[in-house]
Design a protein around this ligand. Structure first.
Ligand SMILES: *Cc1c(COP(=O)(O)O)cnc(C)c1O
Length: 376
């Protein structure tokens, strides 16, 4: 059998055994009380992670399906202002270009978003705003509350990609004025890849565009979710729903506040390791933009390459992420999402530290020990 690797990526993440086992069963009918209950449990467990009392539906597709559903149902033919300081912010812009009149409000990856530009766009009539809350490509947490306030002031709809913040950090979609928030199953929820959950405000529903895409018609998902038993419009990925329910129950059992605080503590530990190694974190933060609590982006140490470093780490049984696009070779990223805890963090940091040592770029100090101080 292949050696099982420890995935310390910003998705997919290790899936707890209870969640995996939930899928090992005979098929069930998706138009049945049994499935309806599974769907209802998923929704009940996820709403607190979104910080919402809005309706929430689940699509059979990855996080990007949720992003496209949001933009396509709210943005067709409309002026869309797309904030971007990383790969996923740019993806929301690319999707928006397919449906509406999109404007990109970009800053360099991992640097604060141009909020003055957003205010100007809203003055100029932007009707929809898109933002990634936790920009996974750069390890930066963007100011959802501030952006939500600006949207409300101008009566614009606010689409928030919460794919790597929901379940991994404090998210208060309702208080922040988020109209559509999106999460993917394979990130902080510790479920297998393939589902996207989308919350929809009353305001958003009232402003759905005409001619939505057929498969991603959110009105159809909302309608069938109101049925008794709950349903989806088309055959859902039932085994993934079974797994997501189990993952949701794990979060419910730990308590969402606790689940999120654990992520914060793990992030502090990883940041302490980087500091001890003398490696700067990649993002530029300010009073509003903070370091991500679910993925840490660290500048590559001098004297080695991305493939040497991550290759050696992988030979030690741990998979970490590199930089995407122009950040390839400049940063490496450690994901700390889902059900992971001190043992996985220490294993990942130990592997990185050992690899740096072997490659002749040892850190200034003992990063593993610095991290451990935050973990016990
Ligand atoms: C992973 C991710 C997505 C979705 O990617 P999929 O591969 O479609 O699941 C979207 N936004 C962010 C911020 C992500 O990290």
């Amino acid at each position: 059998m292949e050696k099982e690797l420890l995935l310390m990526l910003p998705g997919p993440v290790p899936v707890p055994e209870r969640v995996r086992l939930a899928m090992a069963r005979q098929a069930i009918n998706h138009r049945s009380p049994e499935f309806g209950e599974v769907y209802a449990d998923c929704v009940r467990c996820l709403k607190p992670a979104f910080g919402t009392e809005n309706d929430l539906v689940i699509l059979s597709g990855s996080g990007t399906a949720g992003m496209e559903a949001a933009v396509a149902n709210l943005g067709r033919g409309r002026k869309i202002a797309c904030l971007a300081n990383g790969k996923f912010g740019e993806r929301l812009y690319d999707i928006s270009c397919r449906y509406g009149e999109a404007t990109k409000l970009a800053s360099d990856w991992g640097t604060p978003l141009p909020l003055e530009g957003l205010a100007a766009s809203l003055e100029a009539g932007a009707e929809v705003v898109t933002m990634v809350h936790n920009e996974t490509s750069a390890g930066i947490l963007n100011p959802a509350h501030e952006v939500g306030k600006l949207c409300r002031k101008h009566d614009a709809l606010f689409v928030m990609d919460g794919v790597t913040s929901i379940g991994g950090d404090v998210v208060e979609a309702d208080r922040w004025g988020v109209d559509i928030a999106i999460v993917g199953s394979q990130k902080c929820l510790a479920a297998p890849a393939g589902l996207a959950a989308v919350s929809v405000s009353e305001r958003a529903r009232e402003r759905f565009c005409d001619s939505p895409p057929y498969y991603l018609d959110l009105a159809a998902y909302l309608r069938t979710a109101k049925k008794e038993p709950m349903e989806t419009p088309y055959t859902p990925a039932v085994p993934l729903f079974l797994a997501l329910r189990e993952a949701g129950l794990l979060i419910e059992e730990e308590g969402i506040e606790h689940w999120a605080i654990r992520h914060q503590r793990l992030a502090q530990a990883v940041r302490a390791a980087a500091a001890a190694w003398g490696l700067p974190l990649f993002p530029e933060t300010d009073g509003l933009h903070r370091y991500s609590n679910t993925v840490t982006a660290i500048r590559m140490p001098g004297g080695t390459t991305d493939s040497d470093l991550r290759g050696l780490v992988k030979r030690l049984g741990v998979v970490i992420a590199g930089g995407q696009d122009h950040l390839k070779g400049k940063i490496f990223r450690i994901g700390h999402m889902g059900a992971v805890n001190a043992p996985e963090i220490l294993a990942a940091l130990g592997a990185v530290q050992a690899a740096m040592h072997r490659l002749g770029c040892p850190g200034a100090d003992d990063g593993v020990a610095a991290a451990a101080a935050h973990l016990a």
